[in-house]
Design a protein around this ligand. Structure first.
Ligand SMILES: [Zn+2]
Length: 133
């Protein structure tokens, strides 16, 4: 879809802090993260919902690879997979690193408190995730 921001990222028409890519999927840091190491995993082709992706099993295998790398990169206690799919109308899985006592504790996922990182901080997180894949 020509007006879809994730299609533009997949086509490299928009920049991203990419951490993973294969023929069908890519992963990049969320630019309005709700945790250190918040990653988006998307199919390169446009699908509205995660369950519309024909290679659904492979999609989650990629999510597992990226989740484990991200967990090691930011030393989180565990990872939450979030598939609300609401903010951008292109299938996406959120990898949300979780820490004891974080802002999400006891409330599911808190999407209202976003973290600001500098470009250098994003690059440092990106490098760590890539290094751990
Ligand atoms: Zn799209």
């Amino acid at each position: 879809m020509s007006d879809c921001v994730f299609c533009k990222i997949a086509a490299k028409e928009l920049p991203s802090y990419q951490v993973y890519e294969d023929d069908d999927f890519m992963a990049f840091l969320d630019i309005h993260p709700i945790a250190n190491g918040h990653v988006q995993i998307i199919p390169k082709k446009h699908f509205r919902w995660t369950y519309d992706v024909p290679q659904f099993g492979r999609y989650f295998e990629v999510a597992r690879i990226v989740a484990l790398a991200t967990k090691r990169a930011v030393n989180s206690d565990y990872i939450s997979f979030v598939t609300f799919g609401i903010e951008v109308e292109h299938a996406h899985i959120w990898i949300v690193p979780r820490f004891k006592g974080d802002i999400h504790e006891g409330s599911g996922i808190n999407t209202t408190n976003r973290i600001e990182f500098t470009k250098d901080e994003y690059i440092a997180i990106q490098d760590k995730v890539v290094h751990n894949i």
